[in-house]
Write a protein of this length. Structure first.
Lengths: 537, 402
């Protein structure tokens, strides 16, 4: 029995040392005193240290539209090459079914040719036939889902690149599991999200397209100029910063739907100055992009090209000669704008627009107030429980108090080891662990008292008390932990922190309240004479 | 010390009083949710913009309301917040004015309205982030540093922001105060580009309508999953009727807690839901302890009536039930009193929930078992099958074989 007890004591002391190490870390972390060591080990949530929390949604349909616009262009070129007639090709519902392309008036004898084109040239699309020689080309469901998910992954990558360039420390940028195509962004220490948001949000979608007309003072004027109907492969796009306008009002340009090159073809982008000394952005294209740009400009010498940024025309220029792989964007930028633009172009374009769904900012002064309040409440709650146990259970109360303190050490040590984040509700979870953890001791002690009243000797009362209470303790812990797990799955940020501390605190409680308390009782009993009373209030 | 020595209270005999008590509170809560305050959703669930502002002097809520009106925010709710001397105000703009196209528009409007007499070309240093200050300093270069400017100005900007937020609690009264933290030349240059308003924004929460709806649905689902989880676990550990009784009890607790929030018109935020989910687990603890004892006593006292066994079990565990609930209540009360404004709703839910949960494990859960058995024997079914634990049944079978 005594030998057994010795082993158990060693287990307890080893556990204690292990988790104390978890709290304060290796000795080279101790130089700043225990409080600094603790602060280095335990990660505080945004609600405690201040910062910005954003949830945004990637408008994945943008990415699908880009893909299907290109598919339309490729189809047209191939149909022309194979001399297949058609009356109309269009995307009837770009907003809701962006991948759906409708092809009208293809003669029945061209059916197999059309099928070959779609199979060979557009492997991600499928062809279905409708009435009156109408065909629908749409994306295969798997390809569509892949494209959308890729847009989200790429958006996360891009946003991370941009935020890294801003020098925000320890940002979290990850897919937000609760909604569709949502991204969670947490920026510790940023309490003024406006600028960060501007930089994240600018899709910086650069495209070079052909320009057919403009500037027009209004959309109606553009329509009139083209006889009331726009050609299907052309669109009206507003001019950026009212360019080309005499009175500073909004202007419009008529440009091609498809683009010759896009931001994806960029190799670099840098802040520079144009011939008038104004801030501008110069760029070079990749090999493949350069080839495409050369063939486009070669075929359109004398035509106009438009530099389009985020669906606004920044510049229109005449193509004087074939251009290979370099260009300059002029656009009455300020120094800062030119710098931001070159940075966002470098970090890659967002594949699709983003929309902000949620924004929370915690100022650092509130964060430190919260820490103070949380710690005060924890200390007061803990002291109240410790004192009560001493008064109510006398010597056995010390036993419970030791178990509780050990419980707390294990919980904090776990936070240190796991790198889990401590949030304000997480501190509440620590307090609740104290309150709920002591339940197990009460349960055991009350049972022991009851057994003693029924005339059992102290050793057998302790034996019975722990034996009977054990099953109940497991049941009660399981129900609370089940709740906490659901909370973890459902919650975000602060609430998750609460679920983590509460569940781990209760796991630790199984060890401290049952195993540690038992060892202390056994040790006490082993030192007592036969028949000597047990101090349990 | 001992609070209860061998209590012998006829709990089951008082079941009609208990029923009346629970009905009054549940029905009052339901009525309030349907006809009076409704379910007072917090910003997490209804969407909207909340801006927590701390003023340098005691704020005049009517003046704030007037300036919001002038800015076109006619439905803004202005509410004093925190302890009386803290000069804090919560400005709440509801969902109608928070659209996802311009999520932070209301926030900008609120801050602009509060800064209404600001100099046109200057920024408000009390509401400017670290990055802006750093960029400003890099551009002005008041220390004429040239090459390693970035590092120095980062440190200066950090010191300014820290001093404002940690030492001055978020609101500077005059730029001169900054001389304690930053280089005098830096402070002097700040006055060219910045002014000081009489407030600092401590906390902003903006939730778009889409997230609000999504969170409402998830909160409901999470609650349902929790209840289902309890039902399954207890049915597995005991008999299904125990699971049902426990889940009815916990549902009753949840209903009364949410009802109490509605009656008091306190907002239900995400953390309140977290508290309620915790309570679903925790309220079951007391119920389980009583059920465990009933199961144990059923084996010991085979000849006695179920209602006697239940009464005896409640009394035997009463001391323990009151003690554990009391101790948890003590910690939760500490949280409510000292845990700060941010956790008020959360700890209030726990305070109410623990009281109700303890009451119901005595007054609701066990009587359901007895009522079920009475109902079964009323229909001429054998009563013995009902609340005997699995183990007892197994023993019965072994006996029958022998």
């Amino acid at each position: 029995m005594n030998k057994n007890l010795g082993w158990k004591l060693i287990v307890i002391v080893a556990t204690l040392l292990f988790f104390v190490f978890g709290i304060f870390g290796p000795p080279d972390n101790w130089s700043g005193g225990p409080l600094t060591a603790l602060q280095n080990r335990i990660h505080l949530g945004l609600d405690l240290k201040g910062g910005t929390h954003l949830i945004l949604q990637v408008q994945v349909n943008d990415a699908v539209n880009v893909d299907s616009d290109n598919a339309v262009e490729r189809l047209k070129a191939d149909l022309r090459a194979r001399k297949i007639n058609y009356t109309e090709i269009s995307k009837p519902d770009a907003a809701n079914n962006p991948d759906k392309i409708v092809l009208k008036g293809v003669p029945p004898e061209s059916r197999s040719d059309l099928l070959t084109i779609v199979q060979d040239r557009l492997p991600e699309y499928q062809l279905t036939s409708g009435a009156d020689n109408t065909w629908t080309v749409s994306m295969k469901p798997q390809a569509l889902a892949d494209l959308k998910n890729r847009a989200v992954t790429q958006a996360i990558e891009t946003i991370r690149n941009r935020i890294d360039q801003l020098g925000v420390s320890e940002p979290i940028i990850e897919e937000h599991g609760l909604g569709q195509y949502q991204i969670l962004v947490q920026l510790p220490g940023v309490d003024d999200p406006a600028r960060v948001k501007d930089i994240m949000q600018s899709t910086a979608m650069l495209e070079i397209r052909q320009s057919f007309g403009g500037p027009y003072p209004s959309e109606q004027a553009a329509l009139q100029d083209k006889g009331g109907v726009l050609p299907p492969d052309q669109v009206l796009v507003p001019g950026g910063h009212s360019m080309g306008s005499t009175d500073g009002g909004q202007t419009w340009y008529l440009i091609s739907r498809a683009s010759a090159v896009t931001g994806r073809d960029l190799r670099t982008a840098d802040q520079s100055r144009d011939e008038n000394g104004q801030p501008s952005v110069s760029f070079t294209l990749t090999g493949e992009g350069g080839r495409r740009f050369a063939s486009f400009t070669g075929a359109h010498v004398g035509d106009n090209l438009a530099v389009v940024l985020d669906n606004k025309v920044q510049e229109v220029a005449v193509i004087k000669d074939q251009i290979h792989d370099q260009g300059v964007i002029n656009g009455r930028f300020t120094e800062q704008q030119a710098k931001d633009l070159s940075m966002t172009l470098r970090s890659g374009a967002l594949p699709a627009g983003i929309k902000y769904l949620e924004e929370r900012t915690v100022g650092p002064s509130l964060g430190s107030d919260s820490i103070r309040a949380g710690v005060t409440a924890a200390v007061i709650g803990m002291l109240a429980v410790l004192i009560f146990m001493l008064v109510y259970y006398h010597a056995a109360g010390i036993n419970a108090d030791i178990a509780l303190i050990l419980n707390l050490i294990i919980l904090l040590g776990f936070l240190g080891f796991s790198g889990a984040t401590l949030t304000l509700p997480g501190i509440a979870g620590v307090i609740l662990t104290v309150g709920m953890g002591v339940d197990s001791n009460v349960l055991i002690f009350e049972r022991i008292r009851e057994e003693l009243r029924n005339g059992k000797t102290p050793p057998s009362a302790v034996e019975q008390g722990f034996g009977h209470a054990w099953i109940t303790i497991v049941d009660t812990h399981v129900t609370t932990i089940v709740s906490a797990i659901i909370l973890f799955l459902f919650g975000t940020g602060p609430v998750k922190g609460f679920a983590v501390t509460l569940s781990f605190g209760l796991f630790a409680n199984l060890f401290t309240a049952v195993f540690v308390s038992r060892v202390i009782f056994d040790w006490l009993l082993s030192r007592k004479q036969r028949g000597e009373a047990l101090s349990i209030g | 010390m001992e609070f209860f020595r061998n209590p012998n209270i006829d709990f089951l005999g008082k079941k009609w009083y208990f029923l009346a008590f629970s009905l009054v509170f549940s029905v009052a809560g339901i009525f309030s949710m349907l006809f009076w305050h409704g379910i007072p959703y917090g910003v997490d669930f209804r969407g909207g913009t909340l801006v927590y502002v701390k003023f340098a002097q005691a704020p005049d809520n009517n003046a704030i309301r007037a300036s919001m009106d002038r800015a076109g925010l006619h439905n803004a709710r202005i509410q004093s917040y925190g302890s009386p001397g803290s000069n804090e105000v919560l400005i709440d703009v509801s969902e109608q004015e928070t659209s996802e196209q311009a999520l932070d528009r209301s926030k900008t409007q609120i801050i602009n309205a509060l800064e209404s007499n600001a100099p046109a070309d200057k920024q408000d240093l009390n509401n400017t982030g670290f990055l802006t200050i750093k960029n400003y300093l890099m551009q002005k270069d008041p220390l004429h540093l040239g090459t390693d400017a970035e590092q120095r100005y980062t440190a200066q900007a950090q010191a300014i922001v820290n001093y404002r937020d940690k030492v001055k609690d978020g609101v500077l009264h005059s730029l001169d105060e900054l001389k304690a933290a930053a280089d005098p030349a830096v402070v002097a240059s700040l006055s060219d580009g910045f002014f000081l308003s009489n407030f600092g924004v401590r906390n902003v929460e903006i939730v778009g309508p889409q997230v609000g709806a999504q969170l409402r649905k998830q909160a409901l689902l999470a609650t349902a999953y929790s209840l289902a989880g309890m039902l399954v676990y207890l049915a597995f550990r005991f008999e299904w009727i125990y699971g049902v009784a426990a889940v009815i009890t916990v549902f009753h607790d949840t209903l009364i807690t949410v009802g109490a929030f509605s009656l008091m018109n306190k907002e239900i935020s995400l953390t309140v839901i977290a508290a309620i989910l915790t309570l679903i687990g925790y309220s079951n603890n007391d119920t389980i302890v009583v059920f465990d004892r009933i199961r144990e006593n059923l084996k010991l006292m085979r000849r006695e009536k179920l209602s006697d066994i239940v009464n005896r079990s409640i009394n035997q565990t009463l001391s323990r039930t009151i003690l554990t609930a009391g101790l948890t209540f003590l910690t939760v009360l500490a949280l409510y009193l000292f845990g700060g404004e941010v956790l008020k709703g959360f700890s209030l839910a726990l305070v109410i929930g623990i009281l109700i949960g303890t009451y119901s494990s005595i007054a609701i859960a066990a009587p359901i078992l007895v009522a079920y058995q009475d109902w079964r024997s009323g229909r001429g079914k054998p009563p013995v099958m009902v609340p005997v634990g699995k183990e007892a049944i197994r023993r019965e079978k072994v006996k029958a074989k022998a």
